[in-house]
Design a protein around this ligand. Sequence first.
Ligand code: ADP
Length: 230
Amino acid sequence: MLKLVSLNKSFTGGEVKTTALDRVSLDIGAGEYLAITGPSGCGKSTLLSVLGLFETCDSGEYWFDGRDIAGWSEMELNKLRRGRIGFIFQDFNLLEELSVAENVELALAYTDVPRQERRERVAALLDRLGIAHRARHRPSQLSGGQQQRVAIARALVARPALLLADEPTGNLDTAHGNEVMRLLRQINDEGTAVVMVTHSPEHAAQAGRTVRMRDGRIEADGAVLMQVAS
Ligand code: ADP
C-alpha cells in the first residue's frame, strides 16, 4: 500500500543542520499493524509526519497505492490525506470551539460524503466508542480518555486505509491507555493499517511488526514474537 525508498529529511536552524531521516526505506502493506520505537529525537515523529503527508522530504521516493507522490500539489496531497489517512496525536488536537460531534464531522469537510450520511457516520462512531451522550459537549468537558476516543472517531470517520498514531496513550493513565490500545487492535482487525509511535514495549508488542529507529535511520525492522502466557 505504501512504500518509502531512501527518504532523507533534514531541518536547518541557523548554522545547524539536523538530519531527522537518513535513507529510510519502508514497505507497509494494507492492513498491517506496525509500531515505531526508538529514543527521543531519533526521527519517529518526523517519519509519521512524512507518512501522513504533513511534511515533504528532501530526497527519496514515497509511493502510496502504487503512485509516486513526488511533485504532487498541496491540493492533491490534501485530497489523498483526507480520503486515505487518519491521524491521532498524544494531545488529542481537538478544537475547543466545536462540539464533540462537530470535531468528528470536520474530518469530512471537503469530501463528497453527503450531509445526511456525515451525520449518520458521526453518530454511529460516537455510539461505537461509547461517547454518544457527549456529542454536544465541548472537548474540555470530557476526560482525557474520552477526548482520545473523540480523536479516534475523527480519524476514522472518513474510513481511512491507514491510521497514524503518535504516542496515542502518552497523556492517558494506564486504564484509558489500555482502552485506546484495545480500540487500535479492533480497528486493525477490521482491516485498517495502523502505524503507531510508542515508547511502551508492551504497546509495541501488540503490533505485528516493530520498526526501531536510531539517529534518523531504521535500525531494526521485524515481526514481534508475541509472548503467549501459559
Ligand atoms: P522523535 O519523534 O523520535 O523524538 P523527531 O522526529 O521529533 O524525533 O526529531 C528528529 C530530529 O529532528 C531531532 O533532532 C529534532 O530536534 C529534529 N527536528 C524535528 N522537527 C524539527 C523542526 N521542525 N525544526 C528543527 N528540527 C527539528
